[in-house]
Design a protein around this ligand. Sequence first.
Ligand SMILES: *Cc1c(COP(=O)(O)O)cnc(C)c1O
Length: 395
Amino acid sequence: MAIKSFIPPVRTLMGPGPSDVHPRVLSAMARPTIGHLDPQFVLMMEEMKVMLQYAFQTKNELTIPVSAPGSAGMETCFVNLVEPGDKVIICQNGVFGGRMKENVERIGATAVMIDDPWGAAVDANKLEDALKANPDASVVAFVHAETSTGVLSDAKTLCEIAKKHDCLTIVDAVTSLGGTPLQVDEWSIDAIYSGTQKCLSCTPGLSPVSFSEQAVEKIKQRKSKVQSWFLDLNLVMGYWGSGAKRAYHHTAPINSLYGLHESLVMLQEEGIENSWARHAQNHKVLRAGIEAMGLEFIVKESDRLPQLNAVTIPSGVDDAQVRVRLLQDFNLEIGAGLGVLAGKVWRIGLMGSTSNVTNVLLCLSALDAVLTDMKAAINSGVAVKKASEVFYSSY
Ligand SMILES: *Cc1c(COP(=O)(O)O)cnc(C)c1O
């Protein structure tokens, strides 16, 4: 039997990413493929850079999309800014800080770990102490928005402390970019990476990054070659560099980049502050319903990410069974807990174009329906009512 075309079901993606890809982005990706050195393509990439600078709120010249997912953006920052023998301070409060450690150790550098509880923000005092105890550290790294726990850390304060101790900063903004206030220049962030499939509502597979002048200087003055050929920014800069100088490095994922271009046009149209406000507002509506149901947020209010909501699973309820039923009965995907939180929380994403009130009410009513049918210990039938009250009271 011949294998036929793959026709995916239409889902609502309310997990930790990918989020729903806007139809405008999908249709942009279906436009004709042209060559990656075609002058028209080069022009599009120039626009892309300007729009990425806007998204990151930076004037950094080296602001580009790495041709690979967020994890490659992370690796780009580490392999370029860290050399064998360097000391890097990593603040870990979830899954992704652990990956930073892996990156540093594979380079042959030393990772000094500062651990904070999963579900809490990075503690600035601990960073200050670690920097005093390790005056030879050259880089500080942390995750701005921990997707594994739903926690927002105070990037501005952490970068201030790092700078005071002459360290460069590497910031993971995979989940924060576009969803929550982020000011690369104002906060003196030296290297930052993100992903396209979270609050930018684009397809997965690209990683916007941005590097300060000081970071670029450090990369140019490295004593050793970057261990990764593909991610070596000294080579990549020749590819994304301006106009005529562009030399072949790899073939850019042309159509994916059309998609990112479109999603950034949409971000400009909305206005980045409005995008942040929308994410905050839909979180409030969701929260009213979740709490009315009797579920709880594991993160304290002041540190909560609006775009990633980690909520407790009622006791006696089978985590996986609920998620399977949401998917089968309502075409709705929510996320499971990761690492130490596996089986203990659900992660409800409200990222990018997923973040709208229609999806909030869908999620609350579907959860209510499934949990009520499973005879879970929740307050049935009140979530949508409470959420709607919050929605209408904001007018
Ligand atoms: C999703 C995510 C990543 C990894 O991005 P991929 O595109 O899956 O490689 C890294 N850090 C954080 C905080 C994330 O949420």
